[in-house]
Design a protein. Sequence first.
Length: 170
Amino acid sequence: MSKKWDNLTLAFCIALLPPIWAVLAPHIHVSTGAVALICTGVYVANGNRFSDGVKISVGFLLGDFWAWAALHIMDLLQWNPDLELFVTLFVMGGLVVLISGLVPSLVYCPAWLCGWAIGLTIMSPLGMEGMKGYPWQIAVAMLMGVWYVGALLDKVQRMLLNWMEKKDGR
């Protein structure tokens, strides 16, 4: 199939599926719906490998938890805020790489780091009281990014390309 059809079907799928999520997310009380697009980017950058979907999802979910934990740790520490931030990020960042390096078949390190950054970006300005349901909202958006916008979009595009090939008699 030509590059033109590949681009056209991808454009159609991206024009259709992510907006459905954008409309649906607030109706299921997920105000962090755009997180799905970031997570899709990591899934796609990994080569749209459906077989890696679980370990990418695990990485994102661990990153979400890691952000929540980092914010709680920094809230408990009574040091200079810059020192708290540096030490927390230093220790937790190093642990991400070490832990994911021990179990690369279970956890995708880039997703863990990206998920952590997403969680910190969204939850840091909210404060401890303001972030109550946000880790769950972020987690839902992350999983939608991997499985709906990432994996399903890829499958739908491939189905369209296969249908077009059969229609052309190839």
